[in-house]
Design a binder for this molecule. Sequence first.
Ligand SMILES: [Fe+2]
Length: 203
Amino acid sequence: MSNTLPPLPYAYNALEPFISEEIMTLHHTKHHQTYVNALNAAEAAFAQASTTKERIALQAALKFNGGGHINHSLFWQNLAAPSEKGGSGGVLKDGPLKEAVIASFGSLENLQKEFNTTTAGIQGSGWGWLGVNPSTKRLEITTTANQDPLLTHIPVIGVDIWEHAFYLQYKNVKVDYLNAIWHVINFDEAQKRFVDATSGSKL
Ligand SMILES: [Fe+2]
């Protein structure tokens, strides 16, 4: 059972003032660690299960905790210190991703507006996604519930819409969190994923 908590690629306070050090510390060391521990436990139980019924009974735990581990691992890479503090967060440079954003949404501002509206509408917990449609190779916005990983599209940007991602700082005002997160989105990482997704090998 080899799932482990990946280290953050920046300090816990690197995303301030947009995401607080307290949120990042708890989110990474407590929430994500719990998904890793529970996934390892579920995988160990699955390996030892001797009947089909026992294996079926573990499916929900594997999906929930496996999805939680995959989604959070992607999410940390997805973020970077804001440009206001000398980081690359929030800056969409000229390149293939920017061209695709303009082709699909007209502008980055339109993408952000549509993304925020769509994800603000998630009922309960879930994730907002900017992903590549494997058929059209175009960027699309979609959501998943709970900790379901994105399977219909290739993820380019994923945003955690669970309350544990924002409540300590933004309380119930989800839209403030959504507006803030764009200041720390790592568009360089997003472009890398976009290029990988549209290069042909994964489609
Ligand atoms: Fe989370």
